[in-house]
Ligand binder design. Structure first.
Ligand SMILES: C[S@@+](CC[C@H](N)C(=O)[O-])C[C@H]1O[C@@H](n2cnc3c(N)ncnc32)[C@H](O)[C@@H]1O
Length: 459
């Protein structure tokens, strides 16, 4: 389902409407739908007791497909004491784009369903990463019926509460317009339709409670600085640099994807920090050194050679990162970077920018370690999730001490790898080893400068 007007990050898109039925009823219906030969699944979980079945009665939200790299996400809201599910834009979405969200399926039986989302980070099968593939049966979760007696459960979603703040929801009409004339097997229930506008308005006006996640503080991207100083001639700013972004506060437990992406908040003081003593500004904009300008002022040829060699290396890495960027655009505040071994690293924008100012090889090794630590944390979260859900609340408060200890340990491990990553970046920047140049390499200085100048003029 496509949207006909542009959406902004965080904007409410549509409520997932349907018949609210018990889990028992959902299972029976699912079997009946299967017998009828219905291929698509439209039952999602509301909470531990109830589900929303949009198979026969529902709204346009039922037509939004799954994607492993979605542009929307689901959020649970407590609206006047009633839990409701809304779909929200994860990031800015241009008009005409197909909407998608991650079903976060957990498969627990039947055949695999091939995912056709086409995302670079696609896990190939719906629920391929879930424990369902290890024959784990999720006790009570949301369920979507599908092909060949498949059983799915959608991951728990964040629970938000309503407030009085207002959000614009006019674009809902745009969705309806964009889908008018579409013939579907679903009859939109008239009573639902009549209350649809009101409902959407209530949900669109409800905003999440901003509660910080356990054991982490959300990161605030450092603001782009416009400082100019005497060293500004040394650097050429990347014109394609993304605008500064701020990561929103997240609820205590949001959906799994968000929950996994902990960030350490940079000190608010850092916004006002002066440039480093060597002239590098403390932000993470890709800069190219104006090599010619500096070389003209350096007395030693060795220093010139070293500068050029470092810059060529950095420039080449920047070029490869730019290629990555083109093929793996930023999703929200993250970049998906494809490594040579075909693995995808999910980096924050800041990390990607940090890497651009460092060197590739050893940084990627540290990144790989960080990625592994993140995966371990993800697995652990999968392990503790049932314990959280058993309490039928979106809260981690009741998780047992032993599990909490494991969680803390894994979190520390991840933080350590993040620390190592940033140390490696700093090391690369400040401790670049001096090179011994062969006589043949002596003549490379001019070539190097020409190369860099060509690169800069191309940019
Ligand atoms: C809520 S419905 C989505 C709308 C549905 N495609 C339709 O046209 O009515 C969920 C069903 O759509 C299909 N589906 C959604 N996303 C998919 C994806 N990425 N790959 C394969 N099938 C998908 C599956 O059959 C799934 O059971």
């Amino acid at each position: 389902m496509a949207i006909s007007i542009p959406l902004q990050a965080g904007q409410f898109v549509i409520e997932y409407c349907g018949e609210v039925i018990s889990w028992k009823e959902a299972k029976q219906r699912s079997q009946a739908y299967e017998t009828e030969g219905l291929k698509d699944a439209y039952i999602i979980s509301l909470d531990a007791h109830e589900t929303i079945d949009a198979t026969r009665k529902g709204n346009l939200a039922r037509f939004i497909n799954h994607s492993c790299g979605p542009n929307c996400e689901t959020r649970k809201w407590n609206v006047l004491g009633e839990i409701r599910v809304g779909i929200f834009a994860k990031h800015d979405i241009p008009a005409g784009t197909e909407l998608s969200y991650n079903y976060n399926f957990e498969w627990y039986g039947g055949a695999k369903v091939r995912c056709l989302c086409g995302a670079a980070c696609c896990s190939d099968f719906l629920g391929a990463k879930s424990r369902g593939f290890q024959n784990f049966v999720v006790p009570i979760k949301l369920m979507v019926s599908g092909l060949l007696n498949d059983r799915y459960s959608v991951d728990n979603m964040p629970l938000y509460d309503s407030t009085d703040e207002e959000t614009d929801s006019n674009f809902i009409k745009a969705i309806v317009q964009s889908n008018e004339g579409t013939t579907t097997e679903t009859e939109i229930d008239e009573s639902l339709r009549s209350t649809y506008d009101t409902d959407c308005e209530i949900l669109s006006q409800a905003l999440p409670i901003n509660v910080e996640p356990l054991s982490s503080v959300p990161m605030e991207m450092e603001e782009e600085k416009n400082d100019t100083n005497e060293l500004s001639n040394f650097y050429v700013h990347d014109a394609q640099q993304s605008p500064p972004q701020k990561t929103a506060m997240v609820s205590r437990i949001r959906n799994r994807n968000v929950f996994r992406n902990y960030q350490i908040q940079s000190s608010p003081l850092s916004k006002n920090l002066p440039p480093y003593s060597n002239g590098k500004l403390k932000n993470h904009v890709r800069r190219q050194v104006n090599v010619k300008f500096i070389c003209e002022r350096l007395a030693s040829k060795e220093a010139c050679d070293e500068l050029v060699s470092c810059e060529v290396c950095t420039q080449e890495f920047s070029i490869s990162i730019s290629k990555f960027k083109k093929s793996h655009p930023t999703r929200g505040s993250h970049k998906h970077v494809l490594l040579n071994n075909h693995r995808t690293l999910v980096l924050t924008v800041k990390e990607a920018q940090d890497i651009e100012s460092g060197k590739p090889d050893d940084l990627l090794i540290v990144l790989e370690l960080k990625n592994q630590a993140t995966s371990q944390l993800d697995c652990l979260y999968d392990e503790i999730r049932p314990a959280i859900e058993e309490r039928e609340r979106d809260s981690q408060d009741s998780v047992s001490t032993s599990i909490a200890e494991k969680w803390i340990e894994a979190s520390c491990n991840k933080l350590k790898t993040e620390f190592d990553l940033h140390s490696a970046i700093i090391k690369n920047i400040f401790c670049t080893p001096r090179r011994t140049w062969s006589p043949q390499a002596q003549g490379a200085l001019e070539n190097g400068i020409k190369y860099l100048e060509n690169c800069q003029s191309r940019d």
